[in-house]
Ligand binder design. Structure first.
Ligand SMILES: [Zn+2]
Length: 423
């Protein structure tokens, strides 16, 4: 196969090669080979902390290298980082001379030993009946401060589930103590001990420096992790994640090869495959923290483009379409190609905040996700059935090509999308 193609390139006239470079260098055969590797049963669903996800990372890194990208940082395409988890060891909680039942207190902290009293300056807040427990709990845990959160008794059945915040966190500036009920808290002492464990993860990130506007970046991204091995369905326990999101990862690899061959980008382009999207978005959160958001002109995140969209072939949608002018620019650049981008037709699902674009979007970057996934009717979503056989690879190839074309004027530095407004 390789030899045949080489011969072909030697024999064809030069103008044809130039035309190939101008945007036709996407072929279904390469797309298929790439996605079949990532979504093979042997990859066991690319779960975080598995040897198979490391194999996937090496595969993506080798492809970036072969395309001629530079590592984004240092001399490796792997962008390693640490996530932590806290394993509970012990608790003592006393308020106004009375012991609090251990089951009514959950301490979320990154410190092995934490001791808090009324003199520690913790903010006392509450989650009231009728509000959204997990939304408010998450806000408290992630706001960076030290909090005591009094949780209304009506949440008793779900209270125990707040321990999920002990699992996998990037770094924890503050500590949050959830207490079920409303003790007076005139005086109190809460002591908790945990064993803090470290886990290594890695994004894969490559850079194609711009010709003139090196400090302005356009990002193409997707997540390469999936959910691994799970409950068998019809005897199949491998959740291959072909559509979610080996399809987007394949797109990022193809676009890297395409733009690296063209080498005419005025703005710098970053190609990145994120880890740990499915377990909390840690990969994109870490990646986003390494960049200056004001230098990022646009982020095109690609999630699930392997099935036909609700409009059929040659179409995809953009999440958060109305939040910046990026979608309009991408649409305009596709005029006359026979391919269409639509605004996200599933606004109730809040997809804009559910993928790897969210962290940068919250910082104002026009960061959106491109997808074809029918969120109301995608039977293989998070099922072992999400395998290559269920995908439309020819259409997927067209989507990848169209994403490349749609970003053309931004990569050329001719257009700059408006920023996402803080809400
Ligand atoms: Zn996904």
């Amino acid at each position: 196969m390789q030899i045949l193609r080489l011969l072909f390139l030697v024999l064809i006239p030069a103008p044809y090669i130039a035309a190939q470079n101008a945007g036709t260098s996407f072929d279904t055969g390469t797309v298929e080979k790439t996605i079949r590797f990532l979504a093979a049963d042997e990859m066991k669903g690319r779960a975080v902390f598995s040897p198979e996800i490391d194999k996937a990372a090496d595969f993506i890194a080798a492809s970036f290298k072969k395309s001629g990208l530079q590592p984004l940082q240092g001399n490796s395409f792997l962008q390693p980082f640490t996530v932590y988890s806290a394993a509970f060891r012990g608790l003592m909680a006393r308020a106004d001379q009375k012991e609090l039942p251990k089951d009514n207190v959950i301490v979320i902290t990154g410190q092995p030993v934490l001791e808090v009293t009324e003199k520690s300056g913790y903010n006392i807040r509450s989650i009231n009946a009728g509000s959204s427990l997990f939304h408010e709990a998450s806000e408290a845990v992630n706001n960076g401060g030290n909090n005591i959160v009094l949780v209304d008794e009506s949440f008793a059945p779900d209270f125990k589930r707040l321990i999920l915040f002990k699992r996998n966190f990037l770094k924890r500036a503050g500590s949050t103590i959830f207490i079920l009920g409303k003790p007076a808290l005139q005086t109190y002492t809460i002591k908790a001990s945990h064993v803090i464990k470290e886990h290594r993860l890695a994004n894969v990130a490559g850079l194609l420096p711009g010709r003139s506007r090196k400090d302005e970046y356009v990002i193409f991204s997707a997540h390469y992790d999936h959910i691994g091995i799970g409950k068998p369905v019809n005897g199949d326990s491998v959740y291959n994640g072909a559509n979610d999101d080996a399809s987007g990862t394949t797109a990022v690899m193809m676009l890297a090869g395409h733009f690296a061959a063209l080498k005419n980008n005025e703005r710098s382009i970053i190609f990145v495959a994120f880890t740990a999207e499915e377990s909390g978005g840690f990969g994109s959160q870490y990646f986003s923290m390494q960049l200056n958001p004001s230098q990022i002109a646009a982020m095109l995140n690609i999630e699930m483009i392997g099935t036909d969209s609700k409009w059929g072939k040659n179409s995809a949608y953009i999440t958060g379409f109305e939040k910046s002018s990026l979608g309009g620019i991408l649409q305009k650049n596709l005029t006359g190609t026979g391919f269409e981008f639509h605004p996200d037709p599933y606004p109730d699902q809040h997809l804009f905040y559910r993928s790897d674009n969210a962290t940068l979007a919250k910082l104002g970057v026009p960061a959106h996700t491109i997808s074809t996934s029918k969120m109301d009717n995608e039977p293989n979503y998070h099922q072992p059935g999400d395998a290559v056989e269920t995908l439309d690879l020819a259409n997927m190839t067209e989507i990848i090509r169209s994403i490349g074309i749609s970003a053309g004027s931004i990569i050329a530095g001719k257009e700059t999308p408006s920023r996402v407004k803080d809400e």
